[in-house]
Write a protein that binds this ligand. Structure first.
Ligand SMILES: *Cc1c(COP(=O)(O)O)cnc(C)c1O
Ligand SMILES: [Zn+2]
Length: 496
């Protein structure tokens, strides 16, 4: 739709108009720093940042109804600056002008309702939100769109040259970072640091294809993270891990889209997300709280975080019911099929602690919880989902298994409506499916494949092997008849 055809009162607001005064605010000491530098941790106390718009109160000059209308109408405007996360420009990064916004087709991913067979099996209404349908096939593109738009803005306004973007990754962050950096051409080069042997071949192929420098180091993600943290302290690099608070801003779009899908009625809804480095759960909690602040939503949904038993520091932290007695202790991770979430020292934990307390204060006891699932449950849930028409990855399976666990323990009720985060595309983690089918999981996974979920291709051998090609017409006919007969026999087809 053309701008002039939109309701007149909305026309002046549809396109981004840079506004606001954004600062990094330290979660520990409260110090604020301008955004003319890319900061990750507080120079005063090493605390973690969240971005704040000092003028956010001004957004309250408009009603919740105004914002709902604006965001909905924006979806009909074909301008890259209001697609994707930046449909919610005022809440993502209001200081960034349209010209710097990078849009590669991320966000507004499909929210697909499970068929009746799967909903019956689970015992409630369930949607999958398919974040694997983002450009690099995971939700990481949401945060990367915001982080790279900001970097693009910084490069233009400060005439920066030779910017090197760097990240540690369990696979998907590096795929997203390399893709968005590649789009910015000569302005940014990217380097990614991966735990050797701990990302899937598909994930490894992504930054290689996008032209990033790919460096592998022995160890797990937590080891890589320590390296990039030290690098960003001592060298001129732009850190693209979720320590970078711009990524959190972009990932808030996930919560906004769920609200938008339900026409902003989040009463009796449940949002289920897997937790690794805890950036995603941070963004979901913060996004919902901010939508609630602006009265865009009247009710806060339940938020359930899910961890594997093999990487469960956040679950363990919340096991202690008395907040005053909780102590965060990193864990040493064990191999997990939810490899993208196989993290023992989640960088965003201080953010989660802060936001979850505020969320519970506002939405009530039980509105935020973390559950734990086994590797077996993750694989079984992924296959159950995909056998009903979804494209869930292992982390998507983890979300569904977590919902099943939350139902079993009474955290979630049957009459609620759940949205399960399928954080990446199934195809990125296909090796784990193959191990399940072949029953070749190393013993530490403790996975025993269920025969009803296993599947193998079946090769049909011609009875009389055809001669050298090109075949004569007669040979071709014999071959086809032979195969038809064999296929019909295998499938038990009835003759007409
Ligand atoms: C990064 C990632 C996660 C974990 O998200 P965090 O923000 O690190 O908690 C889960 N699933 C997939 C597919 C991911 O790429
Ligand atoms: Zn500080």
């Amino acid at each position: 739709m053309k701008l002039k055809d939109f309701p007149e009162d909305l026309q002046p607001h549809l396109l981004p108009r840079p506004r606001g005064r954004m600062v990094y605010r330290c979660l520990d000491c409260g110090a604020e720093f301008g955004i003319d530098h890319l900061f990750y941790t507080c120079p005063k106390c090493q605390g973690l940042f969240l971005l704040v718009d000092l003028d956010e109160e001004q957004l309250k000059e408009h009603s919740g109804a105004f914002w709902r209308r604006l965001f909905d109408y924006r979806r009909m405007l074909h301008d890259p600056a209001v697609q994707g996360a930046f449909c919610f420009h005022e809440l993502i990064a209001p200081v960034i002008p349209a010209e710097d916004i990078v849009y590669l087709g991320e966000c507004h991913t499909p929210q697909v309702q499970a068929n009746s067979r799967l909903q019956e099996e689970v015992g409630m209404t369930v949607y999958f939100k398919n974040d694997g349908q983002n450009p690099s096939a995971s939700f990481k593109d949401r945060g990367m769109a915001a982080a790279l738009s900001y970097l693009n803005y910084l490069i233009r306004t400060q005439n920066l040259t030779g910017v090197l973007a760097i990240c540690a990754s369990t696979g998907d962050t590096s795929a997203a970072a390399a893709l968005y950096a590649a789009y910015l051409g000569d302005k940014v080069t990217s380097a990614v640091i991966l735990p050797y042997g701990k990302v899937t071949p598909q994930q490894l192929s992504q930054p290689l294809g996008a032209g990033a420098r790919v460096l592998e180091i022995p160890g797990v993600f937590d080891d890589c993270m320590r390296v990039v943290e030290a690098l960003s302290e001592h060298y001129h690099v732009a850190l693209l891990n979720s320590k970078n608070s711009w990524r959190i801003r972009g990932q808030e779009s996930y919560a906004y889209e769920i609200a938008q899908w339900f026409d902003y009625d989040l009463a009796h809804k449940v949002i289920v997300v897997p937790i690794g480095n805890a950036g995603n759960i941070t963004a979901v909690l913060e996004g919902l709280l901010r939508f609630h602040d602006l009265q865009i939503i009247a009710e806060l949904p339940k938020v359930i975080g899910v961890q594997s038993q093999h990487a469960n520091p956040v679950f363990t932290y919340y096991l202690e019911s008395n907040p005053a007695r909780r102590v965060f202790t990193p864990v040493v991770v064990q191999p997990s099929v939810a490899q993208a979430a196989m993290i023992g020292r989640p960088v965003s934990m201080p953010r989660v602690i802060r936001l979850a307390a505020e969320y519970t204060r506002r939405a009530g006891e039980g509105s935020f919880a973390v559950v734990e699932v086994t590797e077996q449950e993750i694989m079984d849930a992924m296959l159950l989902a995909n056998r009903n028409g979804h494209i869930a990855c292992t982390q998507g399976g983890e979300s569904l298994a977590g919902l099943q666990m939350a139902l079993k323990t009474g955290l979630v009720k049957k009459n609620e409506v759940a949205v399960v985060d399928a954080t990446a595309h199934h195809l990125k983690f296909i090796g784990f499916q193959q191990m399940y089918f072949d029953n070749t999981f190393p013993s530490e996974f403790e996975i025993i494949p269920k025969p009803e979920y296993q599947n193998h291709p079946q090769l049909l051998i011609p009875e009389s092997p055809p001669g050298e090609s090109p075949w004569s017409e007669a040979e071709q006919r014999i071959f086809t008849q032979d195969m038809v007969r064999q296929v019909a026999a295998v499938l038990g087809l009835k003759p007409k």
